[in-house]
Design a protein around this ligand. Structure first.
Ligand code: 25A
Ligand code: L14
Length: 334
Protein backbone atom coordinates (compact mmCIF):
# COMPACT_ATOMS: atom_id res chain seq x y z
CA UNK A 1 0.00 0.00 0.00
CA UNK A 2 1.41 3.44 -0.90
CA UNK A 3 1.60 5.82 2.11
CA UNK A 4 -1.46 8.02 2.45
CA UNK A 5 -2.35 11.46 3.73
CA UNK A 6 -4.65 10.84 6.70
CA UNK A 7 -6.82 13.07 8.91
CA UNK A 8 -8.29 12.10 12.28
CA UNK A 9 -11.31 14.23 13.19
CA UNK A 10 -12.01 14.11 16.94
CA UNK A 11 -8.35 13.25 17.58
CA UNK A 12 -8.50 14.35 21.23
CA UNK A 13 -11.43 12.11 22.19
CA UNK A 14 -11.29 8.61 23.67
CA UNK A 15 -11.90 7.00 20.29
CA UNK A 16 -9.60 9.41 18.40
CA UNK A 17 -6.73 8.58 20.75
CA UNK A 18 -7.29 4.86 20.15
CA UNK A 19 -7.36 5.43 16.38
CA UNK A 20 -3.86 6.96 16.59
CA UNK A 21 -2.62 4.04 18.70
CA UNK A 22 -4.08 1.47 16.28
CA UNK A 23 -2.67 3.23 13.16
CA UNK A 24 0.76 3.09 14.78
CA UNK A 25 0.50 -0.48 16.08
CA UNK A 26 -0.66 -1.86 12.72
CA UNK A 27 2.04 0.09 10.85
CA UNK A 28 -0.52 1.83 8.66
CA UNK A 29 1.53 3.55 5.94
CA UNK A 30 1.17 7.30 6.49
CA UNK A 31 2.66 10.06 4.33
CA UNK A 32 1.26 12.81 6.52
CA UNK A 33 -1.20 13.02 9.40
CA UNK A 34 -3.56 15.88 10.33
CA UNK A 35 -5.14 15.97 13.77
CA UNK A 36 -8.50 17.76 13.91
CA UNK A 37 -10.78 18.61 16.84
CA UNK A 38 -12.99 21.44 18.06
CA UNK A 39 -11.68 24.97 18.70
CA UNK A 40 -11.39 23.96 22.37
CA UNK A 41 -8.43 21.70 21.58
CA UNK A 42 -6.72 23.87 18.93
CA UNK A 43 -2.94 24.05 19.55
CA UNK A 44 -2.81 20.99 21.87
CA UNK A 45 0.10 18.73 20.94
CA UNK A 46 -0.01 14.97 20.44
CA UNK A 47 2.98 12.64 19.90
CA UNK A 48 2.79 10.26 16.94
CA UNK A 49 5.67 8.01 15.76
CA UNK A 50 8.23 10.24 17.48
CA UNK A 51 6.86 13.49 16.03
CA UNK A 52 5.01 16.25 17.88
CA UNK A 53 1.84 17.20 15.99
CA UNK A 54 -0.45 20.18 16.69
CA UNK A 55 -4.20 19.75 16.84
CA UNK A 56 -5.99 21.97 14.29
CA UNK A 57 -9.57 23.21 14.39
CA UNK A 58 -11.82 21.16 12.12
CA UNK A 59 -13.17 23.39 9.32
CA UNK A 60 -14.58 22.87 5.83
CA UNK A 61 -11.13 23.38 4.31
CA UNK A 62 -9.40 20.78 6.53
CA UNK A 63 -9.55 18.05 3.87
CA UNK A 64 -7.70 19.51 0.86
CA UNK A 65 -5.21 16.83 -0.19
CA UNK A 66 -6.39 14.36 2.47
CA UNK A 67 -7.01 10.83 1.09
CA UNK A 68 -8.63 9.13 4.10
CA UNK A 69 -10.34 10.83 7.08
CA UNK A 70 -11.23 8.86 10.20
CA UNK A 71 -14.07 10.70 11.97
CA UNK A 72 -14.98 10.28 15.62
CA UNK A 73 -16.39 13.64 16.60
CA UNK A 74 -20.08 12.98 17.09
CA UNK A 75 -23.06 12.81 14.75
CA UNK A 76 -23.59 16.56 14.35
CA UNK A 77 -19.97 17.22 13.38
CA UNK A 78 -20.01 14.34 10.94
CA UNK A 79 -23.26 15.49 9.28
CA UNK A 80 -21.72 18.94 8.84
CA UNK A 81 -18.21 18.06 7.65
CA UNK A 82 -18.20 14.58 6.04
CA UNK A 83 -19.86 15.79 2.80
CA UNK A 84 -17.23 18.54 2.28
CA UNK A 85 -14.46 16.02 2.92
CA UNK A 86 -15.99 13.60 0.40
CA UNK A 87 -16.43 16.32 -2.23
CA UNK A 88 -12.70 17.11 -1.86
CA UNK A 89 -12.02 13.50 -2.92
CA UNK A 90 -11.34 12.20 0.57
CA UNK A 91 -12.83 8.89 1.77
CA UNK A 92 -14.46 9.32 5.20
CA UNK A 93 -14.69 6.42 7.65
CA UNK A 94 -17.20 7.70 10.22
CA UNK A 95 -17.63 6.39 13.77
CA UNK A 96 -20.82 8.31 14.56
CA UNK A 97 -24.39 7.23 13.98
CA UNK A 98 -24.99 10.02 11.42
CA UNK A 99 -24.76 7.99 8.18
CA UNK A 100 -25.16 4.37 9.22
CA UNK A 101 -28.68 3.77 7.97
CA UNK A 102 -28.30 5.91 4.80
CA UNK A 103 -28.92 3.46 1.93
CA UNK A 104 -26.06 5.00 -0.08
CA UNK A 105 -23.55 4.51 2.75
CA UNK A 106 -21.97 1.11 3.34
CA UNK A 107 -22.00 -0.04 6.99
CA UNK A 108 -19.00 -2.30 7.37
CA UNK A 109 -17.46 -4.90 9.66
CA UNK A 110 -14.55 -6.28 7.60
CA UNK A 111 -14.96 -9.86 8.92
CA UNK A 112 -18.64 -9.82 7.88
CA UNK A 113 -19.26 -7.70 4.75
CA UNK A 114 -15.91 -6.48 3.33
CA UNK A 115 -17.42 -6.34 -0.17
CA UNK A 116 -19.65 -3.43 0.79
CA UNK A 117 -16.58 -1.16 1.10
CA UNK A 118 -16.18 -0.95 -2.68
CA UNK A 119 -19.67 0.52 -3.13
CA UNK A 120 -18.88 3.72 -1.22
CA UNK A 121 -19.51 7.21 -2.59
CA UNK A 122 -17.07 8.96 -0.26
CA UNK A 123 -18.48 7.99 3.15
CA UNK A 124 -18.26 4.61 4.90
CA UNK A 125 -19.96 4.11 8.27
CA UNK A 126 -18.48 2.25 11.21
CA UNK A 127 -21.26 0.45 13.12
CA UNK A 128 -22.27 0.82 16.76
CA UNK A 129 -19.83 -0.89 19.16
CA UNK A 130 -22.34 -3.40 20.62
CA UNK A 131 -23.47 -4.35 17.12
CA UNK A 132 -19.94 -4.91 15.79
CA UNK A 133 -18.91 -7.49 18.38
CA UNK A 134 -22.24 -9.32 18.04
CA UNK A 135 -22.21 -9.64 14.21
CA UNK A 136 -18.63 -10.97 14.19
CA UNK A 137 -20.13 -13.97 16.04
CA UNK A 138 -23.50 -14.10 14.26
CA UNK A 139 -22.13 -14.14 10.70
CA UNK A 140 -20.43 -17.59 10.75
CA UNK A 141 -23.48 -19.07 12.56
CA UNK A 142 -25.82 -17.50 9.97
CA UNK A 143 -23.74 -18.95 7.11
CA UNK A 144 -23.90 -22.40 8.73
CA UNK A 145 -27.51 -22.59 9.95
CA UNK A 146 -29.44 -19.40 8.99
CA UNK A 147 -30.33 -17.25 11.98
CA UNK A 148 -34.03 -16.46 12.35
CA UNK A 149 -34.07 -14.48 15.64
CA UNK A 150 -31.66 -12.86 18.10
CA UNK A 151 -32.41 -11.76 21.69
CA UNK A 152 -29.58 -9.74 23.23
CA UNK A 153 -28.95 -7.96 26.54
CA UNK A 154 -25.82 -5.83 26.85
CA UNK A 155 -23.61 -4.88 29.79
CA UNK A 156 -21.90 -1.78 28.37
CA UNK A 157 -18.78 -0.06 29.68
CA UNK A 158 -18.68 3.59 30.71
CA UNK A 159 -15.88 4.50 28.27
CA UNK A 160 -18.51 4.39 25.50
CA UNK A 161 -19.85 7.64 26.93
CA UNK A 162 -16.49 9.47 26.80
CA UNK A 163 -13.77 10.93 29.01
CA UNK A 164 -16.12 12.86 31.33
CA UNK A 165 -18.20 9.74 31.99
CA UNK A 166 -15.11 7.81 33.10
CA UNK A 167 -14.28 10.66 35.50
CA UNK A 168 -17.84 10.50 36.86
CA UNK A 169 -17.60 6.74 37.59
CA UNK A 170 -14.30 7.28 39.48
CA UNK A 171 -15.67 10.23 41.47
CA UNK A 172 -18.93 8.46 42.37
CA UNK A 173 -17.09 5.31 43.46
CA UNK A 174 -14.86 7.34 45.79
CA UNK A 175 -17.85 9.30 47.13
CA UNK A 176 -19.94 6.20 47.90
CA UNK A 177 -17.01 4.41 49.58
CA UNK A 178 -16.48 7.54 51.71
CA UNK A 179 -20.15 7.54 52.73
CA UNK A 180 -20.92 10.68 50.69
CA UNK A 181 -23.65 11.30 48.09
CA UNK A 182 -22.59 10.57 44.47
CA UNK A 183 -22.88 13.55 42.09
CA UNK A 184 -24.56 12.90 38.69
CA UNK A 185 -23.59 15.19 35.76
CA UNK A 186 -23.35 12.82 32.81
CA UNK A 187 -25.60 9.92 33.83
CA UNK A 188 -29.20 10.44 35.03
CA UNK A 189 -28.62 8.17 38.09
CA UNK A 190 -25.49 6.96 39.88
CA UNK A 191 -23.53 4.56 37.65
CA UNK A 192 -21.20 3.48 40.48
CA UNK A 193 -22.46 0.25 42.12
CA UNK A 194 -25.47 0.31 39.78
CA UNK A 195 -26.85 -0.80 36.38
CA UNK A 196 -28.72 1.68 34.16
CA UNK A 197 -31.09 0.28 31.50
CA UNK A 198 -30.70 3.46 29.45
CA UNK A 199 -28.15 4.19 26.69
CA UNK A 200 -27.37 6.94 25.74
CA UNK A 201 -27.61 9.09 28.86
CA UNK A 202 -29.93 11.71 27.31
CA UNK A 203 -32.82 11.55 24.82
CA UNK A 204 -32.57 7.77 24.90
CA UNK A 205 -36.15 6.58 24.52
CA UNK A 206 -38.42 6.56 21.47
CA UNK A 207 -42.18 5.98 21.09
CA UNK A 208 -41.99 2.18 20.92
CA UNK A 209 -40.34 2.02 24.36
CA UNK A 210 -36.91 1.05 23.03
CA UNK A 211 -33.77 3.17 23.49
CA UNK A 212 -31.91 4.46 20.44
CA UNK A 213 -28.96 2.20 21.33
CA UNK A 214 -31.33 -0.80 21.24
CA UNK A 215 -32.72 0.25 17.86
CA UNK A 216 -29.17 0.63 16.50
CA UNK A 217 -28.58 -3.04 17.35
CA UNK A 218 -31.86 -4.04 15.67
CA UNK A 219 -31.40 -2.04 12.46
CA UNK A 220 -27.63 -2.20 12.00
CA UNK A 221 -27.49 -5.99 12.48
CA UNK A 222 -29.89 -6.50 9.54
CA UNK A 223 -27.99 -4.07 7.31
CA UNK A 224 -24.51 -5.50 8.01
CA UNK A 225 -25.69 -9.12 7.71
CA UNK A 226 -27.56 -8.19 4.51
CA UNK A 227 -30.69 -9.99 5.72
CA UNK A 228 -33.82 -8.10 6.78
CA UNK A 229 -35.54 -11.35 7.77
CA UNK A 230 -33.45 -11.77 10.94
CA UNK A 231 -35.62 -10.66 13.87
CA UNK A 232 -33.65 -8.86 16.59
CA UNK A 233 -34.62 -7.52 20.00
CA UNK A 234 -32.23 -5.84 22.42
CA UNK A 235 -32.00 -4.47 25.97
CA UNK A 236 -28.94 -2.25 26.43
CA UNK A 237 -27.60 -1.61 29.93
CA UNK A 238 -24.76 0.54 31.26
CA UNK A 239 -22.69 -1.14 33.98
CA UNK A 240 -19.83 0.22 36.13
CA UNK A 241 -17.03 -1.24 33.99
CA UNK A 242 -14.39 1.11 32.51
CA UNK A 243 -13.77 -0.70 29.20
CA UNK A 244 -15.18 -3.80 27.49
CA UNK A 245 -18.80 -4.42 26.51
CA UNK A 246 -20.32 -7.81 27.46
CA UNK A 247 -23.44 -9.34 25.87
CA UNK A 248 -25.78 -12.20 26.67
CA UNK A 249 -27.06 -13.41 23.28
CA UNK A 250 -29.75 -15.98 22.41
CA UNK A 251 -29.61 -17.09 18.77
CA UNK A 252 -32.39 -19.07 17.05
CA UNK A 253 -31.50 -20.88 13.83
CA UNK A 254 -33.46 -22.52 11.03
CA UNK A 255 -31.27 -25.66 11.21
CA UNK A 256 -30.36 -26.97 14.66
CA UNK A 257 -26.76 -26.28 15.73
CA UNK A 258 -25.30 -28.17 18.66
CA UNK A 259 -23.09 -26.28 21.09
CA UNK A 260 -20.11 -28.34 19.87
CA UNK A 261 -20.79 -27.51 16.23
CA UNK A 262 -21.06 -23.83 17.14
CA UNK A 263 -17.71 -23.96 19.02
CA UNK A 264 -16.03 -25.54 16.00
CA UNK A 265 -17.49 -22.98 13.57
CA UNK A 266 -16.62 -20.03 15.81
CA UNK A 267 -13.13 -21.42 16.46
CA UNK A 268 -12.36 -21.06 12.74
CA UNK A 269 -13.94 -17.63 12.25
CA UNK A 270 -11.83 -14.49 11.72
CA UNK A 271 -11.40 -12.04 14.60
CA UNK A 272 -12.82 -14.44 17.19
CA UNK A 273 -11.43 -16.34 20.16
CA UNK A 274 -13.54 -19.07 21.76
CA UNK A 275 -12.98 -19.01 25.54
CA UNK A 276 -15.33 -21.72 26.71
CA UNK A 277 -14.23 -24.04 29.49
CA UNK A 278 -16.67 -23.50 32.34
CA UNK A 279 -15.14 -26.39 34.33
CA UNK A 280 -11.98 -24.31 34.75
CA UNK A 281 -13.97 -21.06 35.10
CA UNK A 282 -12.80 -19.93 31.66
CA UNK A 283 -15.19 -17.61 29.82
CA UNK A 284 -14.87 -14.13 28.26
CA UNK A 285 -14.29 -11.24 30.67
CA UNK A 286 -14.30 -7.49 30.04
CA UNK A 287 -11.20 -7.18 32.25
CA UNK A 288 -9.26 -9.52 29.93
CA UNK A 289 -10.74 -8.23 26.66
CA UNK A 290 -9.80 -4.59 27.40
CA UNK A 291 -6.80 -3.66 25.29
CA UNK A 292 -7.21 -6.69 22.97
CA UNK A 293 -8.22 -6.68 19.31
CA UNK A 294 -10.28 -9.85 19.23
CA UNK A 295 -13.89 -10.57 20.12
CA UNK A 296 -14.26 -13.30 22.74
CA UNK A 297 -17.15 -15.82 22.91
CA UNK A 298 -17.98 -18.45 25.51
CA UNK A 299 -20.67 -19.99 27.76
CA UNK A 300 -21.99 -21.53 24.52
CA UNK A 301 -24.89 -23.84 25.33
CA UNK A 302 -28.10 -25.22 23.86
CA UNK A 303 -31.18 -23.30 25.01
CA UNK A 304 -33.28 -25.65 27.19
CA UNK A 305 -36.46 -23.77 26.28
CA UNK A 306 -36.13 -24.09 22.49
CA UNK A 307 -35.29 -26.81 19.91
CA UNK A 308 -33.04 -24.69 17.71
CA UNK A 309 -31.39 -21.99 19.80
CA UNK A 310 -28.06 -21.31 21.51
CA UNK A 311 -27.12 -19.06 24.41
CA UNK A 312 -23.71 -17.40 24.56
CA UNK A 313 -21.64 -14.61 26.15
CA UNK A 314 -19.74 -12.21 23.87
CA UNK A 315 -17.14 -9.67 25.03
CA UNK A 316 -14.90 -7.16 23.23
CA UNK A 317 -13.06 -3.86 23.80
CA UNK A 318 -15.66 -1.23 22.84
CA UNK A 319 -13.04 1.37 21.91
CA UNK A 320 -10.96 -1.06 19.78
CA UNK A 321 -13.05 -3.57 17.76
CA UNK A 322 -16.10 -1.49 18.73
CA UNK A 323 -14.67 1.70 17.23
CA UNK A 324 -11.01 2.51 16.43
CA UNK A 325 -9.77 -0.88 15.23
CA UNK A 326 -12.79 -1.56 13.02
CA UNK A 327 -12.36 1.90 11.43
CA UNK A 328 -8.65 1.33 10.76
CA UNK A 329 -9.39 -2.14 9.30
CA UNK A 330 -11.82 -0.45 6.89
CA UNK A 331 -9.12 2.09 5.98
CA UNK A 332 -6.70 -0.81 5.33
CA UNK A 333 -9.18 -2.29 2.82
CA UNK A 334 -9.12 1.04 0.95
O1 25A B 1 -23.69 9.51 19.34
P1 25A B 1 -23.06 10.18 18.15
O2 25A B 1 -23.52 11.57 17.95
O3 25A B 1 -23.10 9.34 16.94
O4 25A B 1 -21.51 10.42 18.54
C1 25A B 1 -20.57 9.51 18.75
C2 25A B 1 -19.62 10.13 19.79
O5 25A B 1 -19.32 9.09 20.61
C3 25A B 1 -17.93 8.85 20.59
C4 25A B 1 -17.17 9.96 20.08
O6 25A B 1 -16.76 10.77 21.22
C5 25A B 1 -18.27 10.68 19.30
O7 25A B 1 -18.17 12.04 19.62
N1 25A B 1 -17.85 7.62 19.84
C6 25A B 1 -18.00 7.27 18.56
N2 25A B 1 -17.96 5.98 18.39
C7 25A B 1 -17.78 5.49 19.60
C8 25A B 1 -17.67 4.20 20.13
N3 25A B 1 -17.77 3.12 19.37
C9 25A B 1 -17.71 6.54 20.52
N4 25A B 1 -17.49 6.38 21.81
C10 25A B 1 -17.36 5.15 22.23
N5 25A B 1 -17.47 4.08 21.46
P2 25A B 1 -15.33 10.90 21.87
O8 25A B 1 -15.51 11.28 23.28
O9 25A B 1 -14.49 9.71 21.57
O10 25A B 1 -14.66 12.11 21.13
C11 25A B 1 -15.24 13.31 20.87
C12 25A B 1 -14.21 14.01 19.92
O11 25A B 1 -14.93 14.84 19.03
C13 25A B 1 -14.33 16.14 19.05
N6 25A B 1 -15.30 17.15 18.70
C14 25A B 1 -16.44 17.45 19.33
N7 25A B 1 -17.07 18.44 18.69
C15 25A B 1 -16.30 18.78 17.64
C16 25A B 1 -15.17 17.94 17.65
N8 25A B 1 -14.21 18.05 16.74
C17 25A B 1 -14.37 18.98 15.78
N9 25A B 1 -15.41 19.80 15.70
C18 25A B 1 -16.40 19.75 16.60
N10 25A B 1 -17.44 20.56 16.51
C19 25A B 1 -13.82 16.30 20.43
O12 25A B 1 -12.79 17.25 20.49
C20 25A B 1 -13.27 14.90 20.72
O13 25A B 1 -12.00 14.76 20.15
P3 25A B 1 -12.83 18.40 21.60
O14 25A B 1 -11.69 19.29 21.21
O15 25A B 1 -14.18 19.02 21.65
O16 25A B 1 -12.61 17.73 23.00
C21 25A B 1 -11.36 17.49 23.50
C22 25A B 1 -11.45 17.30 24.99
O17 25A B 1 -12.35 18.25 25.59
C23 25A B 1 -13.03 17.70 26.70
N11 25A B 1 -14.44 18.06 26.62
C24 25A B 1 -15.41 17.40 26.00
N12 25A B 1 -16.58 18.04 26.10
C25 25A B 1 -16.34 19.15 26.82
C26 25A B 1 -14.98 19.19 27.16
N13 25A B 1 -14.43 20.18 27.86
C27 25A B 1 -15.23 21.18 28.25
N14 25A B 1 -16.56 21.23 27.95
C28 25A B 1 -17.13 20.25 27.25
N15 25A B 1 -18.45 20.31 26.94
C29 25A B 1 -12.78 16.25 26.69
O18 25A B 1 -11.99 15.90 27.81
C30 25A B 1 -12.06 15.96 25.37
O19 25A B 1 -11.04 15.02 25.55
O1 L14 C 1 -23.61 4.80 18.23
O2 L14 C 1 -21.62 3.24 25.03
O3 L14 C 1 -21.48 4.44 18.23
O4 L14 C 1 -22.46 5.25 24.98
C1 L14 C 1 -21.10 4.80 20.80
C2 L14 C 1 -21.02 4.90 22.28
C3 L14 C 1 -23.57 4.64 20.96
C4 L14 C 1 -23.46 4.72 22.47
C5 L14 C 1 -22.51 4.80 18.81
C6 L14 C 1 -22.08 4.22 24.42
C7 L14 C 1 -22.41 5.25 20.24
C8 L14 C 1 -22.17 4.13 22.92
Amino acid sequence: MTPKTIAVAGATGLVGQQILAVLDERNYPIKSLRLLASARSKGKTIQFRGETLQVEELTESSFKGVEVALFSAGGGTSKQFSPCAASDGCVVVDNSSAWRMDPKVPLVVPEVNPGAIQTHEGIIANPNCSTIQMVVVLKPLHDAAKITRVVVSTYQAVSGAGVAALDELRAQTRAILAGENPVCDIFPHPIAFNCLPQIPQSDAFIENGYSTEEMKMVNETKKIMGDDSIRVTATTVRVPVFTGHSESVNVETERKLTANEARTILGQAPGLVVEDDPASQMYPLASRAAGRSETFVGRIREDLSHDRALDMWIVSDNLLKGAALNAVQIAEHL
